[in-house]
Design a protein around this ligand. Structure first.
Ligand SMILES: NC(=O)c1ccc[n+]([C@@H]2O[C@H](COP(=O)([O-])OP(=O)(O)OC[C@H]3O[C@@H](n4cnc5c(N)ncnc54)[C@H](O)[C@@H]3O)[C@@H](O)[C@H]2O)c1
Length: 293
């Protein structure tokens, strides 16, 4: 089967990045969100990111116009998926929400369509079981920012068939990405390692071990990370990190994955990181200013 049309569900941080790389690779894309303002914001972000490439001479205005011409922003879910060959879901990391979305998609998408979730941690098998096509259900985990990051972690659920995995490896390569194929477990490979590490950095801040900037500098220079863990958490979204942590505790039945109270308090205050303008850093000025805790 050849993939030509892709529906992307969610126009947020990940959804607009996924729509961007799919359209850039020549696919026809419908990008769906639940409110026009989110769709508009997603399209504006794609445009801004493409224009950055124009300034650096990596892309022409004609190519930008063609890429944007292949992306249709849309609100109606049935319309979005009705002729899709592949549906990639990037809605918030909440199990019940994703399952509801997949039930609706399963009923409205063509029988041949492959369903792929960009979940950071949630069971592919559990979501697949909510559909009538578990063999065509797979995890397709992109990294943020999608146009820049080279990996797609592909996750097979219990029932995912070989043909589905092969098609998704091919699509990911066409998007210019490296792939790894992993078996299902909470957090898969990358987040199994990353999330507990990020949580530990927040525990250390909570205990007063270091300031935000010193913790970031320690890890950046001491471990040669491209950015510190608190800067990275602000990029990821503190709500997303908290959802993953709560999910790990539920799934592993192990409190070692618990979220620090500071993280939960920040999310309750609406401090979600870059996307809300406030997190471990304050983004209201010219450059991020570390907060004190
Ligand atoms: N943030 C990251 O670094 C990162 C990395 C890899 C994977 N992910 C995963 O990607 C998914 C999305 O995360 P995000 O960071 O883009 O979140 P986000 O909050 O930036 O975007 C989610 C978008 O989904 C929309 N939405 C909600 N319900 C919807 C529905 N029923 N249909 C369509 N859209 C709907 C929201 O309005 C929002 O615009 C999550 O599963 C997350 O775990 C995130």
């Amino acid at each position: 089967m050849e993939i030509k049309k892709i529906a992307v569900l969610g126009a947020g941080l990940m959804g607009n990045g996924i729509a961007h790389v799919c359209a850039q690779a020549g696919y026809e894309v419908k990008m769906r969100d639940i409110d026009q303002k989110f769709v508009d914001k997603g399209i504006a972000t794609i445009k801004k990111n493409l224009e950055r490439g124009l300034q650096k001479g990596r892309i022409t205005q004609k190519e930008i116009d063609e890429i944007l011409g292949r992306i249709e922003g849309i609100l109606d879910l049935k319309e979005a998926v009705k002729d899709a060959d592949l549906v990639i879901e990037a809605v918030p990391e909440i199990v019940s929400l994703k399952i509801d979305v997949w039930k609706e998609v399963d009923a409205a998408a063509p029988d041949h369509a492959i369903l792929a979730s960009n979940t950071s941690s949630i069971s592919i098998t559990q979501m697949a079981a909510a559909t009538k096509r578990p063999g065509k259900f797979i995890g397709m985990h992109f990294f943020n920012p999608v146009p820049v990051m080279n990996l797609v972690e592909i996750i097979k659920g219990q029932a995912t068939d070989e043909e589905t995995a092969k098609i998704i490896v091919d699509v990911s390569k066409k998007l210019g990405k490296e792939t790894v194929l992993v078996n299902e477990a909470p957090g898969f490979a990358v987040n199994r390692i990353l999330v507990p590490t990020l949580l530990e950095a927040v525990f250390a801040i909570q205990e007063g071990v270091a300031t935000v900037e010193d913790m970031d500098t320690s890890v950046r220079l001491g471990l040669n990370w491209p950015m510190g863990p608190l800067t990275l958490l602000d990029f990821v979204g503190l709500d997303t990190a908290l959802h993953i942590s709560d999910y790990f505790v539920d799934e592993f039945k192990d409190s070692k994955y618990r979220a620090p109270t500071l993280l939960r308090k920040m999310v309750r205050a609406g401090w979600l990181g870059r996307k809300s303008g406030m997190g471990f850093y304050d983004y209201s000025g010219d450059k991020p200013k570390p907060n004190r805790f």
